[in-house]
Design a protein around this ligand. Structure first.
Ligand code: ADP
Ligand code: MG
Length: 237
């Protein structure tokens, strides 16, 4: 319980910082990027420095966008969505990355799942993060399985299984902590943002892993019979 408290304290602090800093940095960043794009191609000899600049600016922008998710949402619109459709969209999105990395994607979607109430774009971001992590855990290729199933009366569960490097048992509690990463170019923000979004949906995220064998990430989401009953905008953030 102490560990959990510490984690949520950290999250609150990071969230507040994120709201301010991300907004302040975004505008000057857009302007620098615009000028770099404008200058690119005009100086043949140093053109490739502009490519580096632009790709580094993209990286800053990417990190800022992850932070912005933590900022208090202006208007959160929850709607009904079919998990099958949502996951289908995401799979299409990461397909190229999977092919490049020699990863084969398998899906097994239960066809009797009721729709869930969710903020589609934010929930999509959760699965993008989880699937990207799975692919990144398999640098030499492997299998990626996405399953949906019922969990009890009131919830659905999405399981993402990979055959990657696995996570050391001691490290599992660190997942979702701000800036926890084992990657050279990692941000350690993906799972923090994802945990926050899943929590906002009154759901749960769990990890099971075996070193050298693979990892299973489970996202459990409540089925809502009446959307106002389960989630209201006031509950969020
Ligand atoms: P990042 O991907 O930028 O490192 P994340 O928050 O997405 O940040 O993930 C944090 C860390 O959790 C990763 O650096 C990695 O060590 C570990 N991790 C997450 N998912 C997996 C997975 N499927 N297999 C192995 N390790 C994982
Ligand atoms: Mg990640």
């Amino acid at each position: 319980a102490e560990e959990l408290l510490r984690k949520s304290d950290k999250l609150a602090v990071v969230g507040q910082l994120a709201a301010g800093v991300a907004h302040e940095i975004r505008n000057p960043l857009t302007s620098i990027k615009g000028f770099a794009q404008l200058l690119k191609g005009r100086f043949a000899e140093i053109d490739h420095y502009f490519d580096i600049m632009l790709s580094e600016l993209d990286r800053i922008e990417f990190i800022m966008n992850e932070f912005l998710v933590l900022a208090k949402p202006q208007a959160v619109t929850y709607g009904r969505a079919e998990l099958r459709d949502l996951l289908g969209d995401i799979t299409a999105l990461i397909e190229t990355q999977a092919i490049i990395n020699n990863v084969q994607i398998f899906t097994e979607f239960a066809d009797d799942l009721p729709p869930i109430t969710c903020e589609v774009n934010r929930l999509k971001q959760v699965f993008v993060n989880i699937l990207k992590n799975a692919i990144e855990a398999m640098p030499d290729g492997g299998d990626l399985m996405i399953l949906t199933e019922r969990e009890g009366e009131d919830a659905v569960r999405v399981r993402v299984l990979d055959t990657g490097c696995g996570i050391h048992p001691d490290r599992i509690p660190k997942l979702g902590e701000p800036f926890y990463t084992t990657k050279e170019r990692g941000t350690g923000l993906g799972l923090m943002v994802s945990s926050k979004i899943v929590k906002d949906h009154k759901g749960d995220i769990r990890f099971h892993s075996r070193m050298g064998q693979g990892t299973s990430v489970e996202v459990v989401l409540p089925i809502s019979h009446d959307s106002r009953n389960v989630l209201s905008v006031g509950d969020v953030g």
